[in-house]
Write a protein that binds this ligand. Structure first.
Ligand SMILES: C[S@@+](CC[C@H](N)C(=O)[O-])C[C@H]1O[C@@H](n2cnc3c(N)ncnc32)[C@H](O)[C@@H]1O
Length: 214
């Protein structure tokens, strides 16, 4: 099977003009964004589980945020954190263009400082910021995720380097080790059921269970 049906790839989701324009800008300005199929997967998941409050860590220009917010139920909201001011401002503008200004609450700042200030629960968390800090984000957010809540992290296979045996180039070693550690922790964590999906650059999917300390 070549993945084509009447000339259209069945693996590449349809995107509207706004998402295509954001993909083009991301490509031109070297802004790392999720793969379109990851956006489609997140949308499907959100439509299925109907979270009331989504948290995204790492907004960039708001591409993944728009994918997710379009699937939100009527009364639900999405909080997204970005520490780069230019990205944050561009994302805010894009949310208005998308007509999603009412559903999305963009926050400017370092997630490590912003997360402890966010009150309330998040039943769907998408982690896509600094790869070396995934465990810190997890630690800060876990108490705010109720039983049954989802925590998803992008890029956990990091272009295949995370599963590669043998020597890893020095410039990638710290990031690869941090991602390997994230995977180990979520797979052994008493409060999480986790699996790795080879989708996009690798997605770690965790469901919170009731914890011994709950
Ligand atoms: C991979 S990009 C996010 C892409 C976006 N989720 C998408 O797919 O459209 C990572 C973003 O996280 C931001 N970031 C990195 N560390 C952060 C932190 N500690 N707090 C908030 N944002 C952070 C970066 O500035 C960058 O814009």
């Amino acid at each position: 099977m070549d993945g084509n049906l009447s000339g259209k790839s069945i693996f590449i989701p349809q995107r509207d003009a706004l998402l295509l324009a954001l993909e083009e800008r991301a490509g031109k300005d070297y802004i790392p964004i999720i793969k379109a199929e990851v956006g489609q997967f997140l949308q499907l998941l959100i439509r299925a589980v109907k979270p009331r409050r989504i948290l995204e860590i790492g907004t960039a220009i708001g591409y993944s945020t728009i994918w997710m917010a379009r699937a939100l139920a009527e009364e639900a909201e999405l909080v997204t954190i970005e520490k780069d001011e230019d990205m944050y401002l561009a994302a805010r503008e894009n949310f208005q263009v998308a007509g999603l200004g009412e559903k999305i609450r963009p926050k400017f700042g370092d997630a490590l400082e912003v997360l402890p200030l966010l009150g309330g629960e998040f039943d769907f968390v998408f982690i896509d910021a600094a790869k070396g800090q995934y465990l810190n984000y997890l630690e800060l957010v876990l108490d705010q995720v109720p039983g049954g809540g989802l925590i998803i992290a992008d890029n956990v296979l990091y272009r295949g380097y995370v599963r590669k045996s043998g020597r890893i180039a020095h410039k990638r070693r710290t990031m690869v080790r941090a991602l390997q550690e994230y995977i180990e922790v979520i797979q052994e964590h008493p409060c999480l059921d986790s699996m790795i999906l080879p989708l996009g650059d690798g997605l770690a999917l965790s469901v919170k269970k009731s914890c011994p300390e709950d």
